[in-house]
Design a binder for this molecule. Structure first.
Ligand code: IMP
Length: 462
């Protein structure tokens, strides 16, 4: 699972680990996720499929705490299969997962701009399931309903769509027939993947299969343990992994947290260690996040990246870090908001999930900080408020906005790590930094990423 605010780079690790597992399970979220993996030099952006697609012997499972968009899932399967990977014969979907209906996307688009959702109807689909209304008021459809009576499910979806389009006066923006047509075709095609066994994973585990449970989004966006309203609709942590799979607690051995050395956040939301603070958030989210895209920033700032990197103004540093790290959304293309590695926040996630292993991505990117005003690696290790140490992680948005993150600068490095294959090649300051993070989080760092390539990972035994 990701421990920050998403986009930590989980997909690649899951792709690598998957080779030694029998089943890779996506346990939360839906098409809001974007997990990129490489296959024969082609980059595949997976949204709903588990990141085990590269390994033909690995079964794929979409578990009960996910929300499924049928048309998008079928499109994704076609896309992946067009690259020579077969998915159809090894994918199963839990009968308990909720289905994202066209009406959920209408409501998300009309109401959730204040958070900056991915407009995939995620939160609305989860909310509809929680409502448990029946008869004429029914809001939710589960995958089992699609499996058993696709026509009945379509009637519910069509009525809901008409109601919401009228409520939000959004008829002009959406094409009902096209939405319903896509939904029906996708749902019909999806029927055959929906399991009949409610405990398929539990039993697979008891039979001795090895399961890799893949989280989407990240613990900082957890629907319960994140600060409302800037969170996602699902639960993300180890608790959600158990809920979603009906696996017993003792089944979970390795609890791996993925952390990005320079964290980012997309959408709105408190982010104490953000470079440039509220100004950077507003800039990134201008026009709903559609304005300052990769192309726009390249055109505007392409010649000045080094200057911005060295700037005293952290807003400018943030732009340079985003451009250097190519931090733009895989699903929405929105600019991601970078900040300093926040160990206070990571420790919260480690503690809440019993994380016993960390993978740290983009360690090579830390090199850029040597040319910044910090002249080393900025790390937040404490929050204060009005000058006083804050003991507990703030639980509200207002609480998070009020903290003063204390930045500590670790020794940096200037070497290019991207070609390094072994721990012995790492500069001593990079190793010291890794030790420092291990010590402060209490979790062993067993892998680091030093570049985007599949092979640009170093296994650590420190
Ligand atoms: P939703 O999940 O589409 O409802 O969006 C809620 C919040 O979670 C927004 O701030 C999104 O930007 C963020 N979010 C959702 N999925 C991801 C993800 O996969 N990576 C990063 N942020 C995400």
């Amino acid at each position: 699972m990701g421990l920050q605010h998403g986009d930590e780079g989980k997909g690649r690790f899951i792709d690598e680990l998957a080779a030694t597992y029998n089943i890779v399970v996506r346990y939360n979220g839906g098409a809001n996720a974007g997990h990129t993996i490489k296959h024969n030099g082609v980059t595949l952006a997976l949204h709903q499929l588990p990141s085990g697609v590269n390994h033909p012997h690995v079964q794929l499972y979409i578990a009960s705490h996910c929300v499924v968009n049928p048309a998008k899932l079928m499109q994704e399967i076609r896309e992946v299969e067009s690259h020579g990977l077969s998915v159809r014969n090894r994918l199963r979907i839990s009968p308990f997962a909720s289905v994202v209906q066209p009406s959920h996307i209408v409501v998300d688009s009309a109401t959730m701009g204040g958070i900056g959702t991915t407009k995939n109807g995620i939160g609305v689909a989860y909310a509809a399931a929680k409502m448990r209304l029946e008869g004429d008021r029914r809001l939710d459809i589960r995958t089992a309903d699609i499996r058993d009576d696709v026509h009945g499910a379509m009637a519910i979806a069509r009525r809901n769509l008409e109601i919401e389009l009228e409520r939000y006066n959004a008829g002009g923006e959406f094409d009902v027939e096209q939405m319903m047509g896509d939904f029906e075709r996708g749902s019909t095609e999806m029927q055959r993947f929906i399991d009949t066994d409610p405990l398929a994973l539990t039993r697979a585990w008891r039979r001795g299969n090895r399961l890799l449970l893949e989280g989407a989004q990240a613990f900082g966006l957890d629907n319960t343990y994140g600060a409302t309203p800037d969170i996602t609709g699902s639960n993300v942590g180890v608790q959600a992994a158990l809920l979603s799979t009906a696996l017993p607690p003792e089944s979970v051995g390795r609890r791996i947290g993925v952390v990005k050395a320079i964290p980012t956040r997309v959408g709105y939301g408190a982010f104490p260690s953000e470079f440039g603070g509220a100004r950077a958030e507003e800039y990134a989210m201008e026009n709903g996040g559609t304005l300052h895209t990769a192309d726009w920033e390249l055109e505007r700032y392409g010649q000045q990246v080094e200057e911005l990197l060295a700037s005293d103004d952290e807003f400018e540093l943030g732009i340079a870090i985003r451009m250097r790290g190519n931090e733009y959304g895989a699903t929405t293309k929105r600019p991601r908001r970078p900040g300093a590695l926040d160990l206070r926040h990571i420790n919260y996630a480690v503690e809440a999930n019993g994380i016993n292993e960390l993978f740290v991505t983009k360690v090579d990117c830390l090199r850029d900080f040597s040319r910044s005003k910090f002249e080393g690696i900025p790390v937040v290790n404490e929050y204060r408020r009005n000058g006083h140490h804050v003991d507990h992680m703030p639980t509200t948005k207002a609480g998070l906005l009020a903290v003063e993150p204390q930045v500590h600068v670790c020794d940096g490095f200037t070497e290019d790590l991207s070609g390094m294959l072994d721990q012995s090649e790492l500069p001593p300051t990079a190793l010291r930094f890794i030790h420092d993070v291990q010590r402060r989080t209490g979790a062993r760092i067993s892998k680091i990423g030093v570049g985007p390539g599949r092979e640009q990972m170093i296994n650590l035994s420190v």
